[in-house]
Design a protein around this ligand. Structure first.
Ligand SMILES: [Zn+2]
Length: 376
């Protein structure tokens, strides 16, 4: 999980083709409408650009030599999402997930994590308009609900799992308990702050991340004791395990889902004294559970990385570093020029029309016209 990031970041270098189609699709991307009228106009513009073929034409031309990576977190029936209080920002319904898969199959060529690695290593080029589906964290619903739909659509996927959750005794992950208490207003950051240490807030780290770091420093028995009232309340709603365990991770790997690293602790690697230790422990645990070679791919918890983290990951031999920079990755001739790979998050509220129904124009606008920034 991570905080939501702005949609469009850097402008791509333009060509005559992109300029022409940009003219047609102009305005579709800006997602900061001020009034209801502007929102309706924007929705109409997206629908027109998609139905008239301008957005798909733009995608065919301008994303020809690219890799798009999409990120999901949780997938479950809408009723279960509501009854379990799953984070609505990071959860999409099974119905919507199926529709997104159908959309991806229509507009892209699905590839595996191994395909992406083969391209990066210079062994095999990716097809045009390649797409890789990824999941972060290690939620149990990925196996229960997402996996059967992936199978039905014949779509490969990769899962970046945090390994601490594999040994979680409670049905709820302590980090989710804490974040749930904050997002539902049961507790404020101030109320959860153990010793009124507010210096982290001034150091540029988000208050909720500072809280996670603070609680992670505690003995686990002390943490369990402190969070017990909240855990008990959440367990009334979440009656079965919310996270994968070693066995279910192994099941997913055996079913063809490729497993990568998402940290041992899920704490921001930028905030850790020794990010290499966290990454090394995580990949060893995954190899132990899956009985496969140690992963060489990772995604950064909370999307946080800096040069120190990049250096640590590369020294450990990681070859593919998945960020949360919401860009489309340039891939000239099918060859991936950078080991830092951007990903586009899929938020339900950005791509639905009414109820849980997918708005294909909204998803096309969400994905097709992302910048092609190359991260070094
Ligand atoms: Zn995460």
């Amino acid at each position: 999980m991570q905080r939501r990031q702005s949609q469009r970041q850097v402008t791509e270098h333009e060509t005559p083709w992109t300029l022409a189609i940009n003219g047609i699709t102009m305005g579709v991307m800006s997602n900061v409408p001020q009034t209801r009228e502007q929102m309706i106009q924007k929705k109409f513009a997206k629908t027109l650009a998609y139905r008239a073929g301008a957005l798909p034409a733009y995608h065919l031309l301008c994303n020809r030599d690219t890799l798009t990576v999409v990120t999901f977190h949780r997938v479950m029936p809408a009723a279960e999402r509501n009854s379990t209080d799953a984070d609505p920002l990071w959860t999409i319904s099974t119905e919507l997930f199926g529709a997104v898969l159908s959309f991806l199959a229509r507009h892209y060529n699905p590839v595996t994590l191994s395909d992406v690695l083969a391209s990066r290593m210079g062994r095999r080029a990716l097809p045009r308009r390649a797409v890789l589906i990824t999941f972060d964290d290690g939620w149990r619903d990925n196996l229960d609900y997402a996996y059967p739909l992936l199978r039905r659509f014949g779509m490969p996927a990769a899962l970046f799992t945090t390994t601490e959750i594999l040994d979680e005794k409670s049905v709820c992950w302590w980090q989710e308990v804490l974040l749930w208490a904050l997002r539902t207003g049961r507790r404020t950051v101030r109320e959860l702050n153990l010793d009124a240490r507010e210096d982290e807030a001034g150091s540029g780290i988000a208050p909720e991340l500072a809280l996670l770091l603070r609680y992670s420093e505690l003995e686990s028995s002390r943490r369990i004791e402190l969070l017990e009232p909240l855990t008990s309340e959440l367990e009334q709603r979440q009656v079965r395990a919310q996270m994968l365990d070693s066995g279910s991770l192994s099941d997913l790997a055996a079913g063809g889902v490729e497993i990568g690293v998402h940290g041992a602790t899920h704490l921001p690697l930028t905030a850790l004294a020794d990010p290499a230790d966290d990454l090394a422990r995580s990949r060893s645990k995954i190899a132990l559970c899956t009985k496969l070679a140690q992963p060489v791919s990772l995604s950064f918890p909370h999307g946080r990385y800096d040069q120190r983290v990049l250096d640590a990951a590369r020294r450990l031999g990681f070859k593919l570093l998945f960020s949360s920079d919401a860009i489309v990755n340039p891939c000239p001739g099918g060859w991936l020029p950078s080991d830092i790979i951007g990903r586009i998050p899929i938020y339900a509220d950005a791509i639905i029309s009414s109820g849980e129904h997918l708005s294909a124009p909204a998803l096309a606008a969400w994905q097709f016209r992302r910048s092609h920034r190359l991260t070094a």
